[in-house]
Design a protein around this ligand. Structure first.
Ligand SMILES: [Cu+2]
Length: 174
């Protein structure tokens, strides 16, 4: 008798979990199969094992009927993108363009410029007519140095190198 009442309270807890999920998504609640409902009933009556009951719950999770909230995971996801300043970038006659030349990102992405050239460079943000503006402006970056900036708002952002002003690039934030 004691054993039985413990089982029923476990069942009550399971049902409250189901109710929370179903309140969040009523449309999905419609799709709980009859056999799962029967399993819950039989489990409460002591007719099936706990393993069988848990397998029924697992079925609901595997088939997306119970949706496990994964908010925490997506918050900790870091959005980063890298622009390479390639070897030969300093040379006006070379093809050493920034890679990529026009980087497309989502708002909130941190862009990292990595100097892989043999000489120092800078990254200076420009307005639409090429004037330097105080937005993202690096110090002199030696070979192997990195500079980063996080773009919070959508728009088209131009930049260039103050040592090699023919080197221009674009960051497009969607
Ligand atoms: Cu440069």
């Amino acid at each position: 008798m004691k054993h039985r009442s413990m089982k029923i309270s476990v069942l009550t807890i399971m049902f409250s979990i189901l109710i929370v999920s179903f309140t969040a998504n009523e449309a999905i609640a419609e799709s709980v199969p009859e056999w799962v409902k029967n399993n819950a009933l039989w489990y409460g009556q002591g007719n099936i094992s706990e393993t069988e009951f848990l397998n029924a719950i697992k079925f609901l999770i595997d088939n997306g009927i119970i949706v496990i909230d994964s908010t925490e995971e997506s918050i900790s996801e870091v959005m980063e993108a890298t622009i390479i300043i390639p070897n030969g970038n300093f040379d006006v006659s070379s093809v050493g363009f920034y890679s990529p030349l026009n980087l497309e990102i989502n708002a909130g992405t941190t862009v990292i410029w990595a100097n892989e050239d043999s000489v120092p460079h800078t990254i200076q943000s420009q307005d639409e007519v090429g004037k330097v503006i105080d937005m993202f402006n690096s110090a002199s970056l030696n070979t192997g140095d990195r500079f980063e900036f996080t773009f919070e708002e959508s728009g088209v952002y131009n930049y260039f190198c103050s040592f090699h002003p023919w080197r221009v690039g674009v960051v497009t934030v969607k």
